[in-house]
Write a protein that binds this ligand. Sequence first.
Ligand SMILES: Cc1cc2nc3c(=O)[nH]c(=O)nc-3n(C[C@H](O)[C@H](O)[C@H](O)COP(=O)(O)OP(=O)(O)OC[C@H]3O[C@@H](n4cnc5c(N)ncnc54)[C@H](O)[C@@H]3O)c2cc1C
Ligand code: SF4
Length: 497
Amino acid sequence: MTRRWLFADQLGPHFLDDPDQPVLLVESRAVLARHRFHRQKAHLVLSALRHRARELGDQALFVQARTYAEARAQVHEPLSACAPTSRGALELLGRLPDVEVLPERGFASSRADFERWADGRTRLLMEDFYRDARRRLGLLLEPDGGPVGGHWNYDSDNREPPPRQPRGTDAPAVLDVPEPWWPEEDEIDEEVRADLDRWEASGEVSFVGRDGPRRFAVTHREARYALHTFLRKRLPAFGPVEDAMLHADWTMAHSLLSPSMNLGLLDPVECARAAEAEYRNGRAPLASVEGYVRQLIGWRDYMFHVYWHFGPDYGRHNYLAARRKLPRWFADLDADAVQAACLSDVLAGVRDRAWVHHIPRLMVLGNYALQRGWSPQELRDWFHYSFLDGYEWVMAANVIGMSQHADGGLMATKPYAAGGAYINRMSDYCGGCRYDPKQRRGEDACPYSAGYWAFLARNRERLEGNRRMVQPLRGLDRLADLDKVVAQERGRASTAP
Ligand SMILES: Cc1cc2nc3c(=O)[nH]c(=O)nc-3n(C[C@H](O)[C@H](O)[C@H](O)COP(=O)(O)OP(=O)(O)OC[C@H]3O[C@@H](n4cnc5c(N)ncnc54)[C@H](O)[C@@H]3O)c2cc1C
Ligand code: SF4
């Protein structure tokens, strides 16, 4: 059996053909030095690699080298590898001697499945892809092949606002669900922390964000604990408040499993089947289970396949001609420079944990960048390096497509731009903010509300042909003070709001 080269995002048992297969693991310092990663991301990846090396013992060759090519040169035998998830790494393998590249693993649908499904379609709608995957994998189906419960999608049940602050107390609102599973650090984490401190002190690498306790799994075993805690204790609450935000509850009922999934510690199909079992055994409602399964085998896979399907040019799209540079306060995660309660809290979440859930990413961070006309490519790189679960493949469709509408609508039918009213409805931020979500002008003008109108005014011509933008653009035409709002926001530009 050839030795299997496992990349740092292929760390679960499903990347081996046989549990005893010999393994190569490479820790490359050059990768860390090339970009300014979040400190906790560097920690998580190194800790996961080193834990896998310890788990495998003599079965693994663990090479710490400057580059992958240097590591390859130290191994004098043929290798096989499951296709890596980025174009750069795939091309690199093609250049190295004697490495057999196998189809990718770690996703619910293969690239061949996606291409078969996409063939001949004019629109590649995620919802259609998801239904196809459910049928192919036999997930949440009735015996006649239809969807359990009669519907494919329970999204309309899953858009509730967050719970209110409990009456008669000063305690901030939190969701009434058990805590997620939290790991305990061990001596490998200690060693990683000491190495990162040393490399940073010597100037070899530099990081963004703060160090902090490890909050996410680094082994298959830990990831399974996290999964089971989520399925048994938190999944029932997942669906209804999936889109809600509370300033005192950063986890809500989310799974927090994206870092584990993207390190390859968990197999998404196994996770989806385990979630289905919770529904079949009467322990979790269908809307929550279907919502989770859709994220996992629908959205996650779809994002991966869009990255490959549309090729490298996709990442260069800039339909809205957004060319402003990311301001320093944002790039450096300087949450204290920001007075807008929502943005300050979410940026602090990135600084302190390198993770926030989907809606803060899309409707607070992404929405702000979209409104201000920041470069989608700079923003993509910022997400990639600042988030624990950020990888090249996941960025293309999430940032370039969904969040920044830079692909002109290939991915999402309209831009995810929204004013303060949306954030006010879906969170408890506005009550404690120095701005007022209803004001678009003056000292108290909410930067999101005013920014929304300025965004529409700037992009009116580019958005005019979009059916879903007819209503918002009519609203824009009714604004008597539009010129003043636009001038005000031009003044605010990219300064910290
Ligand atoms: C601007 C932006 C940037 C994002 N960057 C990343 C990223 O770097 N890495 C990442 O994995 N996800 C990213 N996402 C998608 C999503 O926000 C995260 O997957 C999710 O918040 C992870 O939290 P969770 O594990 O608790 O997810 P849950 O809410 O519990 O969802 C279940 C699982 O579905 C998968 N998933 C759901 N939506 C997506 C999606 N759009 N793309 C990929 N996987 C998805 C994840 O594996 C996740 O664990 C991004 C979304 C946006 C809008
Ligand atoms: S008022 Fe505006 S800036 Fe303040 S929290 Fe609400 S949406 Fe955010």
